[in-house]
Write a protein that binds this ligand. Structure first.
Ligand code: GUN
Length: 293
């Protein structure tokens, strides 16, 4: 059976310790300033996966001592009404982070909605101003999932200068910002995607391999360079025995764990880091808005 030689990267434990340090800092701010960071999460419609994420975000926000505002709207909400709600939150001095859960219903233009959020409250880091600041090395807000991957990579590898990094996936949410972050770490970065020729050969060059494609177990063991650090961003729900479902990543874990030096499991790897980094971004936004940073 499985004989993993790779070190398991425990994102669950790392995220718990990050949340703990955020809670401590929130407590300090409350004592010193009499206020706490506030995060508003907006959801339109009733997508079951989004429902779970939004509930977890609100719970963890409150657990670390921040103000949590959860707004849920029917799928029939108009874009105009959503934009008005965002304008109110932009002007609300008790709110420092605004997140609109994606996907949105088809009649709402997600790009227009994201662009309406004040960039310094855009804790998802999706606003074009934040994407631009990331690309130019400025001080913006960084998307939560790639930020979580970066924190895990720094913990495992320390200095990444000169390493070959391959990011599989080119989304605005993960692939592109991940590539920018790795470039800032002085890695040599390749962004591969569904049209890349000979993907296995490209992956085999990677000292750092980040998989964010959304296809279960697509990346096989013989695509991995021996000793590589593998970060699996995939969260795919697949059929399991007894009519149940289970979560699996984009990497064929058992095969990859025999070759890699370190690897994130799914679940318990990157997943828990995303909300922890959302809380970190909210704290960052609060500090900047209040000139504490
Ligand atoms: N839907 C899936 N992932 C995300 C995320 O990171 N942010 C938002 N806003 N929606 C999502």
């Amino acid at each position: 059976m499985t004989d993993p030689s790779a070190r398991l990267i425990d994102g669950k434990a790392f995220a718990a310790s990050l949340r703990q340090s955020i809670a401590t800092e929130v407590g300090r701010l409350k004592d010193r300033l009499g206020t706490v960071p506030g995060l508003a999460v907006l959801m339109v419609g009733d997508d079951p996966a989004s429902d779970v994420y939004v509930r977890n975000k609100a719970r963890q926000t409150a657990e670390c001592g921040m103000k949590s505002v959860e707004r849920r709207f029917a799928a029939s909400l108009t874009e105009t009404d959503l934009l008005e709600e965002i304008a109110r939150l932009n002007d609300d001095p008790t709110i420092h982070g605004i997140l609109v859960q994606l996907p949105l219903p088809a009649h709402i233009n997600a790009d227009r909605v994201i662009a309406a959020i004040r960039p310094d409250k855009d804790v998802d880091g999706f606003h074009p101003v934040n994407a631009g600041l990331l690309a130019t090395g400025g001080k913006g807000l960084v998307p939560c999932t790639p930020l979580g991957c970066l924190l895990l990579l720094r913990d495992v590898l320390g200095d990444m200068t000169g390493l070959q990094a391959v990011v599989v996936g080119r989304s605005n949410i993960v692939g592109k910002p991940m590539a920018q972050l790795l470039l800032q770490e002085s890695c040599t970065v390749t962004v591969a995607h569904s049209r890349t020729r000979d993907l296995p050969a490209i992956c085999r060059q990677a000292d750092i391999l980040v998989a964010a494609v959304g296809r279960p177990a697509m990346i096989r063991g013989d695509w991995i360079k021996p000793g590589a650090t593998v970060i699996d961003v995939g969260i795919n729900r697949i059929a399991a025995e007894g009519g149940k479902t289970r979560l699996t990543g984009d990497v064929a874990f058992d095969e990859a764990a025999r070759v890699a030096g370190a690897i994130t499991p799914v679940p318990g790897g990157v997943g828990p880091m995303t909300i922890a980094c959302l809380l970190r971004n909210t704290l960052t936004a609060f500090a900047r808005i209040n000139n504490q940073d």
